[in-house]
Design a protein around this ligand. Sequence first.
Ligand code: HEM
Length: 531
Amino acid sequence: MAILNYPSPLEVLKWIVIILVLGLAIYIVQNEVDRYRKRIRNLPGPIGYPVVGNLFQLRDKVTAQHYQTWAKTYGDVFQVQLGNTTAVVINSSKAAKALFLGQSHALNSRPTFYIFHGKLSKAGKSVTSIGTSPWDDSCKQRRKAAAGALIKSKVESYAQILNLESREFLKDILAECQNGEVDLDFRPAVRRFSLNLSLTLNYGTRVASVKSLDDDPLLREIIYVEAKISAFRDTSKNYANYIPLLRYWEPFASLFGLNKNPNEAADIGRRRLAYNNVLLEKLGQQVKEGRDKPCIQGAVLRDPDAANLTREELISVSLSMMAGADSNIPTLGWAILFLAHSPDIQEIAYTAIRDAGVLELPSTSYASTKVPYMGAFTKEISRYFVVLKLGIPRATYTDATWGAATIPANTLVFLNSWACNRDPEHFPDPHTFNPLRWIPSEDGSTPHAHQFAFGIGGRMCVAQHLAHNALYTVFLHLIAHFRILPAAGESRDEIHPLEGLKGKATFVGTPRGSRVKFIPRQPEELVEWLG
Ligand code: HEM
């Protein structure tokens, strides 16, 4: 009888390790061939490392600034490899105009990402906001509906909403500022202002008080979920978007209990859909009964051209409006800090407001005023800070060309808005904060007609007029009625648009500072004026 020679456990383990190492080596070789093939011919770009490409060279850096540095070596338009994904980065205003305006159709799409689209949005019945939707007929319809509700003339009709929310913002600050005796954390007031803009403009509903941000379960849910969504959208983190190997690791991590919440993205997607359904349902009922307040979603529901939008498409429009708060909050926060450290600019702005006769007006007139210096100041805030320093990622819809290079359809594209807004050919002395650059010269021409904080081309921000008017109105209220000083011990470092950020490599630039002193110019009169 033959005796079977079973291998020892050590032998088995040895073979398992050999097979795993061999498998990994074959995978890596194949993967490197794949990554090499994905490089775009005739387009320069830095060489990265196996598997990760250029990702680790960008870790803990403000990505847009790093790309701006690379542009000095590789030119205005270059490619990077983020793991297995090839991305094209556009770093000068001239190149941005040539590509996003000159080849607008080819650059008109948005990419899909493994985490955001594959997990979060899939769980939310694949409903994505306009800003995260690839270009197709549905996206075109949704963009048209949103843009229709946000054109310049419609935005003028939202003036009372902007005035009301700015007034409420001042009330929140006045209630807590103790005449400038304390360093006040302005974030709750800023959050309420921005959330109210999104909610009122989109659904005709609003947050009654700062306290209800914490007390009201629906609002708490919105704030929590929107913050999570912003994190899942972050293009500089979420490495599983770029390195497929990490996706294979996920089931093992869950098996060994290393991934605390493997279904988090899907869960957040479902929760976002749930509260938007509740809000849309409520508005639909109000529209039916004729007791709805004027709002974007109400306008869309009543718009005969939008009648063919499905419920998912209506929700998509809402998601897009809610996402706007993500950009408004840090921009307003940074501007408050900037004002605190810039008494000279506060003084010029206050004088301009006073000389334009705004101080004699009721708050209900503020949004409809046109104080040139304040309009210019608002534009310069957006240009100088650039909250989305790499814009919102784009993708090529069809092949595009740059010099001798063909950028194939479905390539990830980043507009380096930070670099374009600091482009000395477009903005002389670009590192100086100078609102006067926006004041029209005597012949009526504005030297710099385009700044890139809202993007450029066919997928540019649909709400740029609204966002500008909202910021203009709140700045007008704030500067007319308060002086702002820095918090104790804070230096100008906190307003550096790169060094002053909380977390360098984040998609949305958020200032790390959050406290200033607010001193009412005329406390008693202000109470009365605010009503
Ligand atoms: C300071 C405030 C804001 C900034 C800096 C900003 C910036 C941007 C940028 C950079 C883009 C991408 C543009 C491109 O790819 O060329 C964008 C897209 C978009 N923004 Fe804004 N935004 C702001 C506020 C808002 C608000 C308040 C809303 C909604 C009420 C909004 C709605 C949208 C939508 C729907 C898109 C997607 C457009 C598309 O993909 O076709 N934004 N925004």
